[in-house]
Design a protein around this ligand. Structure first.
Ligand SMILES: *[C@@H]1O[C@H](CO)[C@@H](O)[C@H](O)[C@H]1NC(C)=O
Ligand SMILES: *[C@@H]1O[C@H](CO)[C@@H](O)[C@H](O)[C@H]1NC(C)=O
Ligand SMILES: *[C@@H]1O[C@H](CO)[C@@H](O)[C@H](O)[C@H]1NC(C)=O
Ligand SMILES: *[C@@H]1O[C@H](CO)[C@@H](O)[C@H](O)[C@H]1NC(C)=O
Ligand SMILES: *[C@@H]1O[C@H](CO)[C@@H](O)[C@H](O)[C@H]1NC(C)=O
Ligand SMILES: *[C@@H]1O[C@H](CO)[C@@H](O)[C@H](O)[C@H]1NC(C)=O
Ligand SMILES: *[C@@H]1O[C@H](CO)[C@@H](O)[C@H](O)[C@H]1NC(C)=O
Length: 220
């Protein structure tokens, strides 16, 4: 039998999940602004997007709850490789109480510099709703790209205008992958679209949290 303190800490963990955050992107309302959405496989984050091949534009809405402390969320494209280093990031940061959008050139683990990006960015904005921060933008992607390398992140603190380091647990290190743009692509890359499979897993996790919570009440 699990000890009360284990149950308590697991239950507290489940409480960190923002309660009002929809479990799948398809249940989030964006007034049909975006053609596609994906439940990103880490950090409980979501990406809504529309790829327009005729002008190589990708319009996105990124939705994520910031880490404890509530300071920032980020979504980036890495034009040259996978992972954080080299990525070109769109961020929403809490500065002086308001949530503002900024762009950062991340050329190394210790080089996060507010900067123009290596590709065009239009209509960048950010807001906060239901415990999540959202980033909206249209970015230019390489012509005829069938996918882009994406990286996403959440953080708990800012220092000056700078995002402070994000948590370093597995979920924060594994929040990277391919965003498939061209669905007719014959490549078998794991397209992160359509959320049916993952929805099942989220629901199992939710069920586990509810059971653990009930366990806590029994203990307290
Ligand atoms: C959707 O439309 C409603 C009513 O026009 C508006 O208040 C809301 O902000 C819109 N939501 C988004 C995510 O665009
Ligand atoms: C895609 O971009 C082209 C060129 O700007 C535009 O004419 C077209 O309407 C866009 N398609 C959609 C679905 O917005
Ligand atoms: C491409 O088309 C989209 C959709 O019509 C539009 O929002 C965007 O501004 C266009 N981008 C460019 C660079 O023309
Ligand atoms: C925050 O507000 C203070 C006082 O109004 C101001 O001096 C500072 O520049 C502001 N910082 C940012 C990042 O806007
Ligand atoms: C990003 O930073 C690196 C290293 O300083 C630099 O070589 C590169 O040109 C920068 N990219 C942009 C778009 O500013
Ligand atoms: C925020 O949460 C409320 C209550 O769950 C919901 O009705 C509303 O649609 C949510 N707003 C957004 C923008 O998701
Ligand atoms: C995005 O949505 C469009 C329109 O519903 C669909 O044709 C396309 O296959 C989807 N793309 C991806 C990558 O799922």
């Amino acid at each position: 039998m699990a000890s009360p303190s284990l149950l308590l800490s697991l239950s507290l963990l489940s409480l960190l999940l923002p309660p009002a955050l929809s479990l799948t992107c398809t249940s989030q309302k964006f007034n049909n602004t975006y053609n596609n959405c994906t439940d990103l496989p880490q950090l409980g984050a979501f990406l809504h997007y529309t790829y327009n091949a005729s002008n190589s534009s990708l319009s996105i809405a990124y939705v994520a709850a910031p880490a404890t402390g509530g300071a920032w969320v980020a979504w980036a494209i890495n034009p040259t490789k996978t992972g954080m280093v080299g990525s070109q990031a769109l961020m929403a940061l809490r500065l002086n109480g308001s949530v503002v959008p900024k762009t950062y050139n991340i050329s190394g683990y210790h080089s996060v510099v507010e900067s123009r990006l290596s590709f065009n960015v239009w209509d960048l904005s950010a807001d906060e709703v239901n415990g999540t921060m959202r980033i909206f933008a249209t970015v230019q992607v390489p012509e005829k790209a069938s996918s882009v390398n994406q990286v996403w992140q959440v953080g708990g603190a800012v220092s000056g205008n700078q995002p402070s380091i994000h948590p370093l647990v597995a979920a924060n290190k594994e929040s990277t992958g391919k965003l498939q743009l061209d669905s007719s692509s014959s490549s078998p890359a794991p397209a992160p679209s359509k959320s049916g499979v993952r929805a099942g897993r989220v629901n199992v996790g939710l069920l586990a949290s509810v059971i653990l919570l009930m366990g806590t009440f029994a203990v307290l």
